[in-house]
Structure formats: structure tokens, C-alpha cells
Design a protein around this ligand. Structure first.
Ligand SMILES: NC(=O)c1ccc[n+]([C@@H]2O[C@H](COP(=O)([O-])OP(=O)(O)OC[C@H]3O[C@@H](n4cnc5c(N)ncnc54)[C@H](O)[C@@H]3O)[C@@H](O)[C@H]2O)c1
Length: 252
């Protein structure tokens, strides 16, 4: 794999599983020191061990990034490790799909804390430390649900749409400080988090509607995140990169 992230320090939230974990593995393979964040020791340590066993560099950051203090601590620890901080991937999410009458205040609060507020806390903290080295790259993991919505996803779709708005506004504000802010919009890919909402029939239906004729994988999404994070995307900011095999914008 090319070493385009050699010497960079990257913090990935929710990197104990799914898309975040695969992004951590790929960024480490590209030479970055990866700060692996998640809620539980065992999740984080397993990813750190996997990276180091492959010869990569990783730092464990067990932290709830849903609070401002938690995100601050995570960014500060990532920076403290080698006095630099180049990449933030706002990936963590806590998701429940509920019909409109089912939506409860505590569901909205938790989804907002993890999926919306943490993105803003991340921007705040990361931008402050990136200033010291005159730049950096932030990638927010949104969803195709920001572009095309299904039933039972009022809160999820609302939050992911907001993440795209945050991405554009932050790109406008941080560009003069050489901080790029982009988003990826994955379609459904099999992960621990999506397990409970998948079944064979639903997958087959999705594949039939996808021009590229398959489901996406965490590898597909992680490659797009790595691209946006690195110098190959050096003149790209305020974008939402849709990684979906074509399903969202076509009708086949
Ligand atoms: N998998 C998909 O189909 C899909 C599609 C579109 C968008 N996304 C988005 O991609 C991102 C990752 O999704 P996934 O399917 O890999 O999720 P996942 O549930 O498999 O993994 C998410 C990780 O985030 C961690 N996490 C949750 N709350 C946290 C907190 N407060 N602090 C730190 N870590 C926390 C979880 O412990 C978990 O390990 C999410 O933003 C999701 O909305 C996923």
C-alpha cells in the first residue's frame, strides 16, 4: 500500500468496529500513527494490537467522545503522543431507527450527542491543535441518508443531513487556516452496527438496485476516507463523497 500518510497522526472516533476500524487499519498501513478511539478497552486494544502486529503505529484512546470534555481529552491525548495532529475522522455513531410515534427524547439526545454534537466538538478541538502545524484534514462520516431518506429514519436522516451542513460551514470557516473538511456518504455496508437491520431479502433488493451490482464493504468506505484525509485530496474541501455503487442517484 502506498505510504501517503507517513508521519501523520490521525484520530478516528468509533474505531473499535466497522468502518472506523477498517479506516484505522488502512491509515496505519499508509504510514499514519492511528489514535484508535472507542468506548471500551477490549475493542480499542484489539484494533491497536492488530495494527502493531502488522508493523503499524497505533495509540489506544478509550473515551466517550459524545461530550465536549471527552472529545477534548481524546484530541489532547492524540496530540500529546507525538506533538502533532493531522487528521480527524468523525465516525462514531449511535443509531436507532424508529417510526415517528416511537421516537423518544432519550433516543434523540443520545443520537445527537454521538452523531451531531461530537462532530462539532471534534472540529473545535482538532482545529485548535491543527493551527499549530498550519493545517490538517477532517473527514465526517455522514450517510446516503443525508441525500435520500427511508421510513423510520427521521432522526438519523436529520442528523446526517446536518453533518453535511456542518461540513460545508466548517470548510468555509477553516479553509484560510489550511484545514480541509469533507464528508463521505456511505450506502449500507455490513458492519456490527448494521447487523440488526439486515436480512437476505433486503440485501438482495439493495443489490438489484445498485448499478455496480453488489453491497459496499467497509474497505470501500475506508479507502474513500483515506483519500479525503490525504494530500491527493489537497484541493478538495466542503465535499460530500458518495460511496454507494451508484444506488442513490440512479434508477435501474
Ligand atoms: N454501516 C453502514 O451501513 C453505514 C452506512 C452509512 C453511514 N454509516 C456511518 O458510518 C459510521 C460508522 O458506522 P458503522 O456501521 O461502522 O458503526 P458500528 O456501530 O459498527 O461502529 C461504531 C463504533 O462507534 C463506537 N461508538 C459509539 N458511541 C461512541 C462514543 N460516544 N464514543 C466513542 N465511540 C463510540 C461504537 O462502540 C462502535 O464501535 C457511522 O457514523 C454511521 O452512521 C454507516
Amino acid at each position: 500500500m502506498n505510504q501517503d500518510l507517513l508521519g501523520r497522526v490521525a484520530l478516528i472516533t468509533g474505531a473499535g468496529a466497522g468502518i472506523g476500524k477498517e479506516t484505522a487499519l488502512q491509515m496505519a498501513a499508509r504510514g499514519a500513527t492511528v489514535c484508535v478511539n472507542d468506548l471500551k478497552d477490549e475493542l480499542v486494544n484489539a484494533v491497536v494490537d492488530e495494527i502493531t502486529s502488522r508493523g503499524g503505529k497505533a495509540v489506544a484512546i478509550v473515551q466517550n467522545i459524545a461530550s465536549r470534555e471527552g472529545m477534548r481529552e481524546a484530541v489532547q491525548r492524540a496530540f500529546a503522543h507525538s506533538q502533532r495532529f493531522d487528521i480527524l475522522v468523525n465516525n462514531a455513531a449511535w443509531v436507532r431507527y424508529q417510526s415517528i410515534p416511537e421516537i423518544a427524547p432519550e433516543t434523540i439526545d443520545r443520537m445527537l450527542d454521538v452523531g451531531f454534537k461530537s462532530v462539532i466538538w471534534g472540529l473545535q478541538e482538532a482545529a485548535a491543535v491543527m493551527d499549530a502545524q498550519r493545517g490538517g484534514s477532517i473527514v465526517n462520516v455522514a450517510s446516503v441518508a443525508a441525500l435520500r431518506s427511508a421510513a423510520n429514519s427521521v432522526v438519523y436522516s436529520g442528523i446526517k443531513s446536518a453533518v453535511l451542513g456542518i461540513t460545508r460551514a466548517a470548510a468555509a470557516e477553516l479553509g484560510e487556516r489550511n484545514i480541509r473538511v469533507n464528508a463521505v456518504c456511505p450506502s449500507a455496508v455490513p458492519t456490527e452496527g448494521t447487523q440488526r437491520n439486515r436480512n437476505a431479502e433486503r440485501d438482495a433488493n439493495r443489490i438489484a438496485r445498485t448499478p455496480l451490482g453488489r453491497l459496499g464493504t467497509v474497505e470501500d468506505i475506508a479507502r474513500a476516507i483515506c483519500f479525503l484525509a490525504g494530500d491527493d485530496a489537497g484541493f478538495i474541501t466542503a465535499q460530500a463523497l458518495v460511496v454507494d455503487g451508484g444506488i442513490t442517484l440512479t434508477n435501474i
